[in-house]
Every structure is written in C-alpha cells, then in structure tokens.
Design a protein around this ligand. Structure first.
Ligand code: DGY
Length: 324
C-alpha cells in the first residue's frame, strides 16, 4: 500500500515537513506570504487523505466536497478553529485537530507586550522622537495610565487568559478580575483572580483584555454598549480574534475618547486594509496577528499539526483533537 496523501496549505518549516514527508506524500502551496488561492485549494485537495491548513484557509462544505471520500482529518496549525466548519466535518466523520498549549506562553507574552506598548504610547513616542516633534522634556507629554495599582479585567479565562493573568500580576495590581462562562475556581484562586459579571468587569477595569474564543456567542461582543461601560481611561487589548469586536464601534469609541486606547493583534479582515480608520488613530496600536510569532512556538505548532495528521491516518489517538 502506498503512502497516504496530504495537502499542506503553506510551508510549515523543514523540521515538521521532514516528519510528514517520511510517512506521507505531501503536496504543498509554496508561497510563504500568500494564502493558497481558493481554486488551487479546491483542485489540490481532491482525493487527499489529510489536509494540514492554517487559520487563513476557510475550510467549508465546498472544500470538503472537493476533497472527496478519503479525507480523514483536517489539522489546523492554530489554536483557533473558527475558520473550519467543524460540525460538517464531524457529520462526515472527518477528524478535526488544532494546536493548543504550545503557543500559550508566546501569546501571553505578546498580550502583555501589547498592553504596555499601548498604555505607554510607545509607537507615538518613537514616532515623535524620529520626526522632530520631540522639542523638550515636558511634564505631561505622552503620558498614559500605569499598571501599578490598577484593575485588570480578562475576558475569557482559558489557557491564554490565565497565563496573561500570571504575567500581569507582577505589576502590583489592585485587583485582577475575570469573566468567563465557566467558573475556573482552582485556577482563579491560584492566580488571585475574582470572577465577576461582564458589566462589573467593564466598569471596574482600567485594562480590559480579550482572550476569549470566537464563537457565535462572542461574535461582536465588544460593541458600542460595551465600550460605553468602560472607563474613559480604559485601555482595551484584543489578542483573540477580530470577530469578537464590532470594529466600527471600536473606531467610534477611540475617536470620541469613550476609552483611552486600544491595542489589537487581530482584526476583520486580515490583513486590515492600510486605509482603515484604525491606522489613522494615534490611540490605537494595530499588530498583524503575531501573537504566537516566536520561532519555538511556531515550530511546535507545526510539529503538533503534523502529529495530529499522522495519528489520525494511523487510527491512533489524536494528540489535540477538537471535540465539540
Ligand atoms: C492561533 O493559534 O489560533 C493564533 O491566533 C495564531 O497564532
């Protein structure tokens, strides 16, 4: 019997690819900075046993139909799987896998970095130093809020939210709040975090950090009403998915100074067009979805995505199966 066939939608690095190629016939989209065009994906998925994809690939009924009856697993090199039609995959008995845990620290580090960069206005400060706006030291020039003695509210207290909590605790907080559909009693106790309602979190927090998953219940949950409940001095950070924010409402909130600033690593769409209003606001820091962008995390994500594929093809327990 020949090797199983796998379509890989981007170069996932030599280490992980070598393992995959040892056991499978691999076809791959080679352009590192361009997602595979839809027609190319549809053409190449036909007859494959497995698909290894990224968060930039929408895998829906049309792709599954094009794949045909041999497809056994869709393995995404990402924690989030809102780009996959999981229900349809389950209906067809196609396994679904993702890459949790291995990028948690990297995303948590980036979240805290973005928080500090945003509240201390570093892009603005750096630009001012470079463009001659820096005329003198001035008492209140480029000031922002401090984390010291502040209240931080984390929306979505999963692995990443908890690791963000662990890190921000080092800043001598007054209070650490979280909002989650599940009470994480043990973890919250260890971290000294208090479960509160969303309203309480919004009204009490100086920093509101979104680390929640994008599901129908969280889609556009950060809307006008939510931003209006935040303090005018609040800083909003989002490293989860752009879809949890009503982006027009965020633009309004930033323009009208309903909140102080925002730092976002995720947007709708991605990439965010360069003429988007958010890029014109000096109280908004936009990053190009780099939460997990450490070499170690990305290699580990690639390797886990490969191991998920191999396990499914062998009929073994999948290391990180999506079970809904
Ligand atoms: C994920 O893994 O879902 C992140 O958003 C990309 O690192």
């Amino acid at each position: 019997m020949g090797k199983p066939s796998v379509y890989v939608t981007r170069d996932i690095g030599p280490e992980a690819l070598a393992v995959l190629k040892k056991h499978c016939n691999v076809t791959m989209w080679h352009e590192p900075m361009n997602p595979v065009p839809r027609d190319e994906l549809i053409k190449n998925i036909a007859g494959k046993d497995a698909l290894l994809c990224l968060l930039t690939d929408t895998i829906d009924v049309d792709v599954l139909n094009a794949a045909g009856p041999y497809l056994k697993i869709v393995s995404t090199m990402s924690v989030g799987f809102d780009h996959l039609d999981v229900r349809e995959m389950k209906r067809r008995s196609i396994k679904v896998a993702h890459t949790p845990n291995v990028s948690t620290d990297s995303v948590a580090e980036l979240t805290v970095t973005l928080l500090l960069v945003t509240c201390r206005r570093l892009p603005e400060a750096s630009e001012a130093a470079r463009n001659g706006e820096w005329k003198t030291w001035s008492p209140f020039w480029l000031c922002g809020p401090s984390l010291n003695n502040s209240t931080v509210g984390i929306v979505g207290f999963g692995r990443i939210g908890q690791q963000v909590a662990q890190r921000v605790k080092a800043f001598n907080l007054k209070s650490l709040l979280y909002y989650d559909q599940y009470e994480k009693k043990r973890e919250a106790k260890e971290l000294g975090a208090e479960l509160v309602s969303l309203d309480e979190l919004l009204t009490r927090s100086d920093f509101v950090i979104a680390t929640c998953v994008l599901i129908p219940e969280t889609a556009k949950m950060f809307n006008d009403e939510v931003f209006q409940k935040m303090k005018p001095t609040a800083v909003f950070i989002n490293t989860s998915r752009g879809g949890v924010v009503d982006q027009d409402a965020l633009i309004r909130a930033l323009k009208t100074k309903t909140i102080f600033a925002a730092g976002i690593d995720v947007t709708v769409p991605e990439p965010l067009p360069t003429d988007n209003e958010l890029f014109k606001l000096n109280n908004c820091v936009v990053l190009p979805h780099v939460g997990s962008a450490t070499i170690g995390a990305r290699n580990a994500m690639a390797m886990l995505a490969v191991n998920n594929v191999l396990a499914a093809l062998r009929g073994e327990r999948i290391p990180a199966e999506v079970v809904e």
